[in-house]
Design a protein around this ligand. Structure first.
Ligand SMILES: Nc1ncnc2c1ncn2[C@@H]1O[C@H](COP(=O)(O)OP(=O)(O)OP(=O)(O)O)[C@@H](O)[C@H]1O
Ligand SMILES: [Mg+2]
Length: 267
């Protein structure tokens, strides 16, 4: 059974504009799925629908085979299973200290003692235990991002919906998030990630390109072997892929290491 099945999902904001039109998307258990598309394509809207924060104007969403309804919004079981990392950390941090923010969900779920313990553990995992007593508003952009990741992780969700998780992060922290996603993958968690970050997209098992409607579904490798699609998604083509195109080599390398292997084989 798929974790999510979206059938003909359309969404119109009260202003009258359609953010999504007839979207069919499936998310299988344990897979890492990338959603890419230009600014304003409806990616965040799509994640909000998956998190049951808004209901589609048309079409339906199934979560673990059951229809998502208004009741799902406040369903404890659903909230426990699905974690949503918002694009903007400011939406997620509202307490007086980082620790309180990260403990908010766990305390609600498991009570004060265990909740606080879980929060401290998560801060440690993200190597931000030094931020525990800071006011969220006083944090830098990257620190806020890590604090909001901690707030999602502390609930131990099975399904992670991540909206631009590496934006605002420096190289070391981007690598850290990539490693975390790899770990979740090996633990069998389901990850749906919206991103323009090529290194993150490469990690995915499958990718969808959307721009109000679905333009493409396939592996990241298939995506990067179609430059016209990459352009429509407003993504950079990796330098190494451009070099291979220029050299007339058909294979599409997903990393420098892979490119080296291909070239060695050819020599
Ligand atoms: N609350 C809202 N009211 C009216 N229109 C909205 C609202 N939120 C988003 N939109 C519009 O819906 C469309 C899709 O927005 P959405 O935030 O889903 O795009 P996105 O793909 O996440 O873009 P980005 O890459 O910039 O984050 C855009 O045209 C946007 O202006
Ligand atoms: Mg967005």
């Amino acid at each position: 059974m798929s974790v999510y099945e979206l059938r003909g999902v359309s969404y119109r904001y009260p202003t009258g504009s359609w953010a999504l039109k007839g979207v069919d998307i499936r998310v299988e258990r344990g897979e890492t799925l990338a959603i890419v598309g230009p600014n304003g394509a409806g990616k965040t809207t799509l994640l909000k629908i998956m998190d049951a924060l808004i209901m589609p104007t048309e079409g339906e969403v199934l979560f673990e085979g059951k229809p998502v309804t208004e009741e799902t919004m406040t369903d404890r079981g659903f909230r426990r299973k699905v974690g949503f990392l918002f694009q903007s950390p400011d939406v997620m941090l509202f307490s007086a200290t980082v620790l309180e923010d990260v403990a908010f969900g766990p305390v609600h779920l498991w009570g004060k003692e265990k909740g606080l313990e879980k929060a401290r553990e998560t801060l440690k995992l993200l190597r931000i235990e030094n931020l525990a007593d800071r006011h969220p508003y006083s944090l830098s952009g990257g620190e806020k991002k890590k604090a909001s990741i901690a707030a999602v992780l502390s609930m131990e969700p099975e399904v992670l919906l991540l909206d631009e998780p590496t934006r605002d992060l420096d190289l070391r922290n981007r690598n850290f998030v990539l490693e975390m996603i790899k770990r979740w993958k090996s633990e069998g968690k389901t990850v749906v990630v919206v991103s323009h970050d090529l290194r993150l997209i490469r990690l995915a098992d499958r990718a969808y390109v959307i721009n109000r409607e679905v333009l493409f579904e396939g592996t990241p490798r298939e995506l990067f072997s179609r430059p016209e699609l990459v352009e429509r998604a407003n993504l950079d083509v990796p330098e190494i892929v451009r070099l291979f195109h220029r050299l007339g080599i058909e294979e599409v390398p997903m990393s420098v290491e892979e490119a080296a292997e291909i070239l060695k084989r050819m020599c």
